[in-house]
Design a protein around this ligand. Structure first.
Ligand SMILES: Nc1ncnc2c1ncn2[C@@H]1O[C@H](COP(=O)(O)OP(=O)(O)OP(=O)(O)O)[C@@H](O)[C@H]1O
Length: 344
């Protein structure tokens, strides 16, 4: 998407706002002057095939509006939007329906399961509206019920399931459409923390197995950091930073982001790439070898066990070494000493 806007308010005023002098005003002032709310302001990003793209921000920052614009459940006010090169804003009603059914399925916080149908029939429902024959859809639904870990529960009704199990049914139903992209709107925020963790692991596992593209909305930083390949952090309708968890925690774009990530356990997010320094003579072939994606927390264990620096090795090449001073600097949030982070 490119330069996307969604402005709520009186039609004429809303249409005029993108690009106007008022467009940058803080939310309250904007509302006072124009009667409009700019829920999404000039947002540009690409979701890459196969990645988990997280949209994160506090309540009211514009996450849901942004993700609903992706399939035009909400009509954007301005900007452009494409999926696989096809212009979404030019799609007619038929193409749009196909987009929402087959290409970008949405998983909501409240799944809206059909209470009188069994688990299997709820999952098969998505296939039913696609016109799949009964025998085929039941076989496919049974496969998906097993995939999301609900084996043996297929004849229950939603009321006989726990919250987490209901979410799995919703997930299986979304997967039944075999969409290119799964859009998750805060799907787990109503769950208690243990079940929530379990569902996050489930999503991570499914992603790992299938490599399906996922767009995931959350206001929970820990969830964003654990699931996201990249995170777009929103504030007041804008993206304030877009980057990997390591970039957001390690190099916050401004004071707002810095404050946001202040309490994150840095050693669990940052990797040895941030902590390493060039190897000196003789170090390149000594000590334990760590992959570049190794977290600082894991590297601390390796260095503590071996009593000396560890090497960061990628495809047989030594990129640098990490020692206790470098690892401690990361944990303490200190700037890397000169020479660190530079490949040898
Ligand atoms: N239909 C609407 N009419 C007017 N304003 C709206 C409408 N929908 C959303 N807004 C406003 O747009 C802004 C962004 O809302 P949005 O729901 O996208 O935020 P969010 O980040 O998803 O919040 P939450 O985490 O609470 O769901 C808010 O200021 C909200 O009040």
């Amino acid at each position: 998407m490119n330069g996307l806007w969604k402005v709520f308010g009186p039609d004429k005023a809303a249409a005029k706002l993108p690009g106007s002098a008022d467009a940058g005003l803080p939310a309250a002032e904007l509302r006072e002057r124009t009667g409009c709310t700019a829920a999404v302001r000039d947002v540009t990003f690409d979701v890459r095939k196969g990645e988990v793209f997280v949209v994160m921000g506090l309540s009211g920052s514009g996450k849901s509006t942004l993700v609903r614009c992706l399939t035009r459940l909400i009509e954007p006010t301005a900007g452009s939007l494409a999926i696989d090169g096809e212009d979404v804003l030019a799609m007619d009603a038929t193409r749009l329906r196909a987009l929402r059914r087959h290409r970008a399925a949405m998983v909501f916080q409240h799944f809206g399961l059909l209470p009188h149908r069994t688990v299997l029939d709820n999952v098969a429902y998505g296939l039913e509206i696609q016109g799949v024959a009964r025998g085929d859809r039941r076989a496919k639904a049974a496969e998906l019920v097993a995939k999301v870990g609900l084996d043996g529960l297929q004849d229950r009704r939603p009321g006989q399931l726990s919250g987490g199990q209901q979410q799995r049914v919703g997930l299986a139903r979304a997967l039944a459409a075999d969409p290119e992209v799964l859009l998750f709107d805060e799907p787990f925020s109503a769950l208690d923390p243990l079940i929530r963790r379990e569902m996050q692991e489930e999503v991570a596992r499914l992603h790992h197995e299938e490599g399906r593209t996922m767009v995931f909305i959350t206001h929970d930083l820990a969830e964003a950091l654990s699931l996201g390949d990249r995170i777009a952090l929103m504030r007041d309708g804008r993206i304030v930073q877009l980057g990997t968890p390591e970039e957001i925690v390690g190099s916050p774009a401004d004071d707002y982001v810095r404050d946001f990530v202040r309490d994150v356990p840095r050693e669990q997010v940052l990797t040895v790439r941030t902590a390493m320094r060039p190897a000196t003579a003789g170090e390149a072939d000594q000590g334990p070898a760590l992959a570049p994606a190794t977290t600082v927390a894991e590297a601390i264990q390796a260095v503590a066990r071996s009593g000396g620096p560890a090497r960061v090795v990628d495809a047989g090449r030594c990129l640098g070494v990490v020692d206790d001073a470098g690892l401690l600097a990361v944990v303490a949030g200190l700037p890397a000493p000169t020479g660190r982070g530079v490949a040898a």
